[in-house]
Design a protein around this ligand. Structure first.
Ligand code: SF4
Length: 438
């Protein structure tokens, strides 16, 4: 069988997973995909590998598969390509969870004195970031942070964890991150759509208590949280999580948190971070969990494949590299064909770069992420695709491809075809069509 995805890792990260065999043929799997049949894990695995009966990726089969995914994209969402005017406001890099794929973290002890590479934003600093973004015309503020030991859900949660090993008082650090509720309220006060608090952060926000995920997300929704990013999903198979993020919530924990967010009335997204130690079957199993969650909740607005950026990460130090271009194309295409209950498949220019990111729009993707006025997570992992893409860049890129540029809201409910020049957002609370940056 073709073992395309096992990395040459050191003993600490050796992932000795069972060989992938499917018992179905590539031709039959492709026929099922073209028919619009609901694909099985075996069929998806076969498509992701262009057949498990030979080593390597078969270019001819790959082309056929990409064509099928592109045709499905056109049937489902047409030729519009959406993007959102957004900014990242990550509150803190303090985290000691130790995920091996992550360089967006600094040991919390480093925050007890000045210096170091990490940062924490106070509630007032987040308010200023949000107000400035609103004044520029931004629609969405996205906030994903490390698990700072002083960060709690609210004052009631602080009382519950005070004096335990899972909490350190903020006065031991040079800067106080406040509480999740205060941070969300500060961002919401600016009138922006707040997209924040991943399942892992929701777990941190209920640590040491018997609060449910729904309880956590209801309190955050009251503070102004609008939607939840379904990151921290990585690969939703515990034998993979045990290697790359053993201290994180497990697959069922992630699923429960997402259910809690939807039960609290919040929209959610879903992601998959691939291209590290997992194999093709793990990717297919992940897609199945996401499809099941959507069958159950109906709350997932988009699926975001995230290609692992390895350069400055512990996995990268151990010789694990990311996915190949062909694997990236296949993951996007199979996501489109497998996830028959999620309309929007995103291409992330932060992970893929401009050229490959645009290419993904011909492989099944229909959303091209957002302007991202500031971005730290991938940059710190060694990503070199920079920060910020202007509306003008989106319009030029998409029109060159014969596609229609469409500004959207986070939940895809509001849309408008971008015309001009000048090219700027109109959906944000202060947006009037002026470009985000002069
Ligand atoms: S991925 Fe998140 S939880 Fe894991 S180490 Fe990085 S910041 Fe911490």
């Amino acid at each position: 069988m073709a073992d395309l995805f096992t990395s040459e890792a050191s003993p600490e990260t050796e992932a000795d997973f069972a060989p992938v065999e499917t018992g179905v043929s590539f031709e039959n799997a492709l026929a099922a995909a073209r028919n619009g049949d609901r694909l099985t894990v075996e069929e998806a695995t076969e498509l992701l590998t262009t057949g498990t009966d030979a080593d390597g990726i078969d270019e001819g089969r790959k082309r056929e598969l990409l064509r099928a995914a592109d045709a499905r994209r056109r049937e489902v969402v047409g030729d519009e390509v959406t993007f959102v005017a957004n900014i990242n406001n990550n509150v803190t890099t303090a985290c000691d969870v130790g995920c091996l794929f992550c360089n967006f973290k600094d040991a919390p002890r480093e925050f007890k004195s000045e210096g170091g590479d990490g940062f924490t934003r106070t509630v007032e600093e987040s308010r200023e970031v949000a107000e400035d973004a609103r004044d520029r015309g931004v629609y969405e503020i996205c906030s994903v942070s490390g698990l700072h030991p002083a960060l709690v859900l609210d004052e009631e949660h602080r009382e519950a964890v005070e004096g335990t090993a899972r909490y350190t008082p903020p006065d031991e650090f040079t800067k106080d991150p406040g509480t999740y509720v205060e941070q969300i309220r500060a961002m919401d006060d600016a009138g922006l759509h707040v997209h924040a608090v991943t399942p892992e952060e929701a777990e941190h926000a209920r640590r040491g208590t018997d609060l449910t995920y729904r309880d956590v997300y209801e309190r955050l929704a009251d503070a102004g949280l609008d939607t939840v990013p379904g990151t921290a999903a990585e690969i939703l198979v515990d034998e993979v999580r045990d290697v790359i993020c053993p201290n994180k919530i497990d697959t069922e924990g992630w699923m429960d948190a997402m259910r809690g967010a939807v039960d609290a009335g919040l929209g959610v997204t879903a992601t998959m971070m691939y291209g590290h130690v997992e194999n093709a079957r793990h990717r297919a199993l992940h897609l199945k969990r996401v499809r099941e969650l959507q069958d159950e909740t109906g709350g997932i607005t988009e699926f975001v494949p995230l290609s692992f950026v390895h350069e400055n990460t512990p996995l990268g130090d151990r010789g694990v590299t990311g996915a190949s271009r062909a694997e990236d194309e296949l993951v996007v295409a199979v996501s489109r064909l497998f996830l028959d209950n999620i309309d929007n498949i995103q291409s992330s220019w932060v992970k893929y770069g401009d050229e490959l990111g645009a290419r993904m729009l011909d492989c099944g993707a229909n959303d091209f992420m957002g302007t991202l006025l500031s971005e730290e997570i991938t940059k710190r992992a060694g990503g070199d695709h920079g920060e910020f893409r202007s509306f003008e860049w989106y319009v030029d890129t998409l029109r060159d491809m014969g596609r229609v540029p469409v500004e959207r809201s986070t939940d895809y409910e509001k849309r408008r075809v971008v015309d001009g020049p000048p090219y700027g957002p109109v959906l944000g609370p202060s947006a009037d069509g002026t470009p985000l940056i002069d």
